[in-house]
Design a protein around this ligand. Structure first.
Ligand SMILES: Nc1ncnc2c1ncn2[C@@H]1O[C@H](COP(=O)(O)OP(=O)(O)O)[C@@H](O)[C@H]1O
Ligand SMILES: [Mg+2]
Length: 441
């Protein structure tokens, strides 16, 4: 795909108008330019169906493909590479860099709405899209709270949502002051760019933060970098378990919430999701769901929205309570169970929400669904494993992402639904471990 600058230059040579359409004008590119630039427009289904653009070609974009096909919605994906997970299944997957303003603008011109596979699109790119009148879901003003954990903590505290004790630290003195307050060890996080536990550290002394403090100083001096506003410090929460609340909200302010789930992490990576969270106190389920819906509305989130929480004991009553860990504004690993376990899966719901269609029912189909993530192991050949796991368990639903195997990389997940939670966990765990190569029978 040519960059926007190349396209503009090509247009000038040919004497064609190259200006961007203004807000309110239809975003249609000149077909001749597109053909000459090698850009093929996404093919719409006849009957007035829209094109949903997704920036980023990872597994979340990929898993939108099946419900999009069912609904005759065309997807277009701005992919990192021709073999990105989503590019393998979405015919319109131009390759482009989500940090390249002109590439993203050219991509967005072909779409009716634009949404995201990840949260890494920089603010200047988002601002350019907004100025072009692109319908972005979630909007940049909401997305910032999923991109920046410090901004998230400030905002949640402002709207009175329960959080762990936290502080913003730029200096050794800031770190020591926080240690005075909560004691060692505590948790330090890079506000931007972390995922799957990367960018999260449990620290027991100032020395263990000296590299981040040095980086914070240089990032601040340059006005860029993940630590430019400092480090996020949080008390180390002594949680009972981790929960997630998943909701969808549409621009018309319709919202729907799936049941609260339990997420089980290993080494900072989600390994298993139990839906709904077993033995969750009904009051906690209600207040956690209410918090998810309230945050979505306060922050103006559109699309699927996940709130990661810790279940804790209320220090005053000893009863079950929650504090919020972090926010994600896109379909989320904690919602993969819904693809098979709910009337409306999160990927279909995300498409409905970003298109401002009425939302689907989030009700579970069975008493429980267990999702187990498949992490890359030592075996690059995954397909031969199908024969064994499918024969062992005809009720198993397998989702692999078409990604190359790398140790620890999320390459797929499995879902199993039913009523016997112990049995479901064994079956999901077995299949995930077999695919990962952890077990061989
Ligand atoms: N304040 C905390 N106290 C205890 N454990 C934490 C805290 N913050 C994070 N963790 C653990 O680290 C995991 C990853 O942290 P998180 O902030 O969710 O980062 P990521 O963006 O990598 O998902 C969490 O799921 C939880 O298991
Ligand atoms: Mg997390």
């Amino acid at each position: 795909m040519l960059s926007g600058t190349d396209r503009a230059a090509l247009g000038r040579c040919l004497g064609l108008p190259t200006g961007m359409p203004r807000a309110g004008q239809p975003r249609r590119s000149a077909p001749l330019l597109d053909i000459l630039a090698g850009v093929t427009s996404p093919q719409r289904a006849p009957g007035g169906f829209p094109v949903v653009g997704i920036i980023g070609g990872g597994q979340l974009a990929r898993m939108c493909a099946a419900p999009a096909a069912e609904l005759a919605i065309t997807l277009s994906v701005l992919a990192e590479a021709p073999d990105a997970a989503a590019a393998l299944v979405v015919p319109s997957s131009p390759v482009g860099d989500h940090r390249d303003v002109e590439a993203v603008r050219a991509f967005a011109r072909e779409c009716d709405v634009v949404t995201f596979d990840h949260e890494h699109v920089p603010p200047d790119v988002l601002a350019a899209l907004e100025a072009d009148g692109v319908a972005l879901h979630p909007s940049p003003s909401a997305l910032v709270y999923a991109q920046d954990k410090l901004a998230m903590r400030h905002k949640l505290t402002e709207i009175d949502v329960a959080c762990p004790a936290w502080a913003q630290a730029r200096t050794v003195a800031d770190v020591e002051a926080f240690a005075e307050q909560v004691g060692w060890p505590f948790v330090a996080k890079t506000p931007r760019g972390g995922y799957d536990g990367k960018g999260v550290r449990v620290v027991a002394s100032v020395d263990e933060l000296s590299d981040w403090l040095a980086q914070a100083e240089s990032d601040a001096a340059q006005g860029s970098g993940p630590l430019r506003d400092g480090i996020l410090l949080e008390e180390k929460v002594d949680f009972v378990r981790e929960l997630a609340v998943l909701v969808a909200r549409s621009p018309s302010d319709q919202a729907a919430a799936w049941p609260v789930v339990e997420t089980v992490q290993t080494d900072g990576i989600c390994a298993e999701v139990l839906a709904p969270a077993p033995d969750l106190h009904p009051h906690l389920a209600a207040v956690a769901t209410e918090a998810g819906l309230r945050i979505a509305e306060n922050l103006g989130v559109t699309g699927v929205f996940a709130v990661e929480m810790f279940e804790v004991r209320d220090p005053e009553t000893g009863g079950p309570a929650y504090v919020v860990n972090e926010l994600a504004m896109r379909p989320h690993n904690s919602g993969h169970w819904s693809m098979d376990g709910a009337v409306t899966g999160q990927f279909e719901q995300h498409l409905r929400a970003v298109l401002d269609l009425p939302l689907g029912a989030p009700a579970p189909r069975e008493p429980f669904t267990v999702m187990a993530n498949v992490l890359g192991g030592d075996y690059p050949e995954l397909y031969p494993a199908y024969r064994h796991i499918m024969a062992r368990d005809p009720g198993l639903k397998v989702h692999l992402y078409g990604k190359g195997v790398r140790p620890g990389r999320k390459i797929g997940h499995v879902n199993v639904s039913g009523s016997d939670l112990g049995d479901l966990r064994e079956r999901a765990g077995h299949a995930a471990d077999y695919l990962s190569g952890v077990i061989t029978e």
